[in-house]
Design a protein around this ligand. Structure first.
Ligand SMILES: Cc1cc2nc3c(=O)[nH]c(=O)nc-3n(C[C@H](O)[C@H](O)[C@H](O)COP(=O)(O)O)c2cc1C
Length: 259
């Protein structure tokens, strides 16, 4: 039986089918499927015009309770669920004024508590962007950093330019090696687990020290125990010596949180 591999692609452009960024994602997915004929690649692609996500209200309740109070009113809960069910997440955005689009930023803001609870440990990600002629690096570096804080292993980050630049979306000669590299890295990660970066391990250690303090405080004053610290406890983060150890455990659980 052929192995199945689920990819969720989130595109922060409202241009729907006319989106350059969507086109970059489609080319990457098509190349991947050609390179992996032995795998059934199940893809779901969402562009920003297809989701309804309100801006964060800055109440901070997600950090205390583990849930966003707006979750029932818009699509963030559904998108979170889809992210948690995917083997690979492609996060893609057009460059707007040097960074990600507003839609992508709102989506990321609404996932802020994930920077503390790291539910993407055990998942792989690819980061893509398109820009007319400059600042491609700004958007992809930002998305990479965010996904890494959430625990994902980012296999690669690539920007394609539209009008001017070394890699242009409309120029198949410059795109071919980029698309092949993306496929090669994703294919490799299907067989051999790729481990978190040294930077992610440092982040994990820093967070461990912080949540250990919260735990001690919670033991002394149980009424003030916050949900994030309980998630750390449930997920076994306190007992893990490294993020890599958690990646191994989550992979055995098909990348899902250990509930
Ligand atoms: C509001 C806005 C800001 C933009 N800012 C930049 C920019 O800083 N640098 C750049 O090279 N292109 C910029 N662009 C161009 C887009 O990044 C580029 O056309 C992109 O491919 C659009 O992607 P889409 O078709 O997926 O929406 C901007 C476009 C818009 C609409």
């Amino acid at each position: 039986m052929k192995k199945k591999y689920k990819i969720l692609t989130l595109v922060g452009s409202r241009k729907g089918p006319a989106s350059n960024t969507l086109q970059f994602c489609m080319l990457s997915l098509e190349t991947l499927q050609i390179q992996c004929p032995e795998i059934i690649i199940q893809t779901e692609i969402l562009t920003a015009d297809q989701w309804r996500i309100a801006a964060c209200k800055s109440c901070g309740i997600c950090f205390q309770s583990g849930r966003c109070i707006q979750e029932q009113q818009d699509d963030i809960g559904k998108i979170k669920e889809k992210m948690l069910c995917a083997d690979l997440i492609i996060m893609a955005s057009p460059v707007y004024a040097g960074t990600v689009s507003g839609d992508m930023k709102i989506l990321i803001d609404r996932l802020s508590s994930w920077l503390h609870t790291m539910p993407l440990i055990g998942k792989n990600a690819v980061v893509l962007s398109t820009a007319d002629s400059n600042h491609g690096e700004g958007a992809i570096s930002y998305m990479r950093q965010i996904l890494e804080y959430m625990g994902a292993v980012v296999l690669c980050q690539k920007n394609a330019f539209i009008h001017y630049g070394p890699i242009r979306l409309g120029d198949s000669n410059s795109m071919k090696p980029v698309l092949e590299e993306i496929s090669k890295l994703v294919k490799y990660s299907m067989d051999k687990p790729v481990m978190p970066t040294a930077g992610q391990e440092d982040y994990f250690k820093m967070q461990s020290r912080l949540y250990e303090r919260y735990r001690q405080f919670g033991q002394k004053y149980p009424a003030f125990r916050v949900a994030e610290e309980q998630i750390w406890e449930q997920q076994g983060y306190f007992d893990a010596a490294s993020m890599a150890e958690l990646v191994e455990k989550r992979r055995k659980n098909h990348g899902k949180m250990l509930v």
